[in-house]
Write a protein that binds this ligand. Structure first.
Ligand code: KIV
Ligand code: ZN
Length: 387
């Protein structure tokens, strides 16, 4: 089983979500939570981006133990110096140097030729290596770049001392097949057995970030960059909880594992939701309100008989309460009968039939009810013998 490193960038790329601004205390709490989750690397921020960003990275570096603490830097000396200074107190530190690869980025943003990008990247990775042995190199917008240039760029970075090469699909443009094939090409042509990690960094503009990251793992990547709840620029980044649970539940397929303490996933999701104000959609995989809820009669009947009929993982495994049977208009008699038994009522079939009829009238009118409302209904029908 290959070990897949989880590189969490909630505090850097995730915080770039429109409208999100975390305080120092909130960032520290999230970073401690990520350490409890046992992520391999925490990208704490972009220190050159102002005094408060610098302060956040240095406090996390000084106080959070366990994961490698990483700081972002453009291919500029000052960025690298600020990153190194902010990381000074970290037990384990990484500088993440990034440039761009696509023609549109080179022409309009960086105003540099491909040759200049190669030269600058070489010099800046070497410069970053003067501060730490752990240097990651990224080129933005790889999926829209000329792949021959991409190969040269990553070859240059590795020769200059990069120990992780990160392959960002910055605009979420690639398909799983294309992204996987590019990772394989980099693995075969550039890494060539050298002790260098390939990292997947995917954005979710077309809803393919998780699939692309997993395709990367199948083709040689050993690191995934992701955020809690998938927050990030525009449609966001790869969701940490999704890739971690996909690798766990389908370990037979991926033949890989992470070191994540999955029981902390739900708690982290709620913390990030609270602090960022970015509400998790109810049907979000793993952490959404409905992710372990069953409402339809057929599903409820199946789950009551054997959970495995409709569940591929236990809710407890991700730190949630056991799966819930929603008492709503799609519920069948089996779920109502079970809820009544759980409440301590011993009822015969006629009594259950009467309660079920009343229940259907109510949920048709006002939507799902809580079990306590079911209790009130039983009491009002006075057909019960609680024990
Ligand atoms: O999406 C991206 O290209 C990035 C880089 C800075 C790695 O976030
Ligand atoms: Zn990104």
């Amino acid at each position: 089983m290959r070990h897949i490193r989880i590189f969490d960038t909630t505090l850097r790329d995730g915080e770039q979500s429109p409208g999100v601004a975390l305080s120092l205390q909130q960032k520290l709490e999230i970073a401690h939570g990520l350490a409890r989750l046992n992520v391999d690397i925490i990208e704490a921020g972009f220190p050159v981006n102002g005094a408060s960003e610098f302060e956040c990275v240095s406090r996390i570096a000084a106080e959070v133990k366990g994961p490698v603490i990483c700081a972002l830097a453009r291919t500029h000396k000052l960025d690298i110096e600020r990153a190194a200074a902010a990381l000074e107190k970290a037990e384990k530190k990484r500088i993440h140097v990034f440039t761009s690869a696509s023609k549109v980025h080179l022409q309009y943003m960086l105003r540099k030729t491909p040759e200049e990008i190669l030269e600058i990247s070489d010099a800046m990775v070497r410069y970053a290596r003067q501060f730490t042995d752990d240097v990651e190199f990224s080129a933005q917008d790889v999926m829209r770049a000329d792949f021959d240039f991409v190969m040269k760029l990553y070859e240059t970075a590795i020769n200059a001392g990069a120990t992780t090469i990160n392959i960002p699909d910055t605009t979420g443009y690639g398909t799983p097949q294309e992204y996987g094939a590019l990772i394989k090409r980099i693995y075969d042509e550039v890494v060539r057995g050298r002790d260098v990690h390939i990292s997947a960094h995917c954005h979710d503009d077309l809803g393919m970030a998780t699939a692309n990251s997993l395709a990367a793992v199948e083709n040689g990547a050993t690191q995934i960059e992701c955020t809690i709840n998938g927050i990030g620029e525009r449609a966001g980044n790869t969701a940490l909880e999704e890739v971690v649970m996909a690798l766990y539940v389908r370990r037979d397929h991926y033949k890989a594992h992470t070191q994540i303490n999955t029981r902390e996933l739900y708690r982290m999701s709620r913390m990030v939701e609270r602090y960022t104000g970015m509400v998790v959609q109810p049907n979000k995989a793993i952490v959404g309100d409905n992710a372990f809820a069953h409402e339809s009669g057929i599903h409820q009947d199946g789950v009551i008989k054997n959970k495995e009929t409709y569940e591929i993982m236990n809710a407890e495994l991700v730190g949630r309460q056991a799966a819930v049977l929603v008492l709503g208009k799609h519920s069948g008699r089996a779920a109502v009968k079970k809820a009544l038994a759980d409440l301590g009522y011993k009822l015969d079939d006629t009594q259950i039939g009467a309660i079920f009829a009343r229940f259907r009238e109510i949920v048709e009118r006002k939507g799902p009810i809580e079990t306590e409302e079911l209790r009130a209904l039983v009491e009002s029908e006075s057909v019960s013998t609680p024990h």
